[in-house]
Ligand binder design. Structure first.
Ligand code: GDP
Length: 196
């Protein structure tokens, strides 16, 4: 599969420290506790690949993984820690905005959201920054195992409706790291960015 055998390459403190923009890059972004690390681990097939500091206020690093086809998977720091001072959060948002709008080799954004509360204000900010690049955004609604089938269907319908203005640029799916569901769909969509 696409992500198997991705290997850790580097952790950097700021987007400016990222490797040269060679090879396609896929960014993973999401609120803290959205299940981003779990989703990356699930997709890549090993644990402890995406090691994220769980201590609020500690420097959060950007982790870069390299896939065998040369593409990079960029795990952006989780956003929205209430405990982090506002000034620090705003500085990070500036860096994220710059990265999402200016990174030349960024082919798509995977937006990780807890399926029980998708599309928070900060998620909309990410969409607002990356949307104008015209590049695709794939939303993974994580922890789907915590919802009934009916709730999943309703959440998918409502989230897609909320994003309908973006047309085919934005896609939405359910995902569970616990149950390992949604992996094929995610790989198909993200793989399409690399081949297309
Ligand atoms: P991150 O902060 O976004 O990287 O989130 P984590 O991947 O560390 O997950 C946050 C919490 O949600 C942890 O307690 C995980 O065990 C839990 N979690 C993550 N993914 C799932 C999932 O698919 N199902 C369930 N039930 N819990 C999950």
């Amino acid at each position: 599969s696409l992500f198997r055998h991705a290997s850790f390459e580097i952790s950097v403190a700021q987007p400016s420290g990222l490797p040269l923009p060679e090879g396609a890059e896929i960014a993973f972004a999401g609120r803290s506790n959205s299940g981003k690390s779990s989703a990356i681990n699930t997709l890549v097939g090993h644990t402890r690949l995406a090691f994220v500091s769980k201590t609020p206020g500690r420097t959060q690093l950007i982790n870069v993984f390299r896939m065998r086809n040369g593409a990079a998977l960029v795990d952006l720091p989780g956003y929205g820690y209430a405990q982090v001072p506002l000034a620090v959060r705003l500085q990070w948002q500036g860096l994220l905005e710059h990265y999402l709008t200016c990174r030349s080799n960024l082919v798509g954004l995977v937006l990780i959201m807890d399926s029980r509360r998708p599309l928070t204000e900060l998620d909309w900010k990410m969409i607002g920054w990356f949307g104008p690049t015209g590049r695709p955004i794939h939303c993974l609604l994580t922890k789907s195992d915590k919802l009934t089938r009916q709730e999943q269907a309703k959440t998918l319908r409502e989230t897609r409706a909320a994003l309908a203005d973006f047309g085919e640029q934005v896609t939405v799916q359910m995902f569970s790291s616990l149950k390992k569901t949604g992996m094929e769909e995610a790989e198909q969509v993200i793989g399409g960015w690399l081949n297309g």
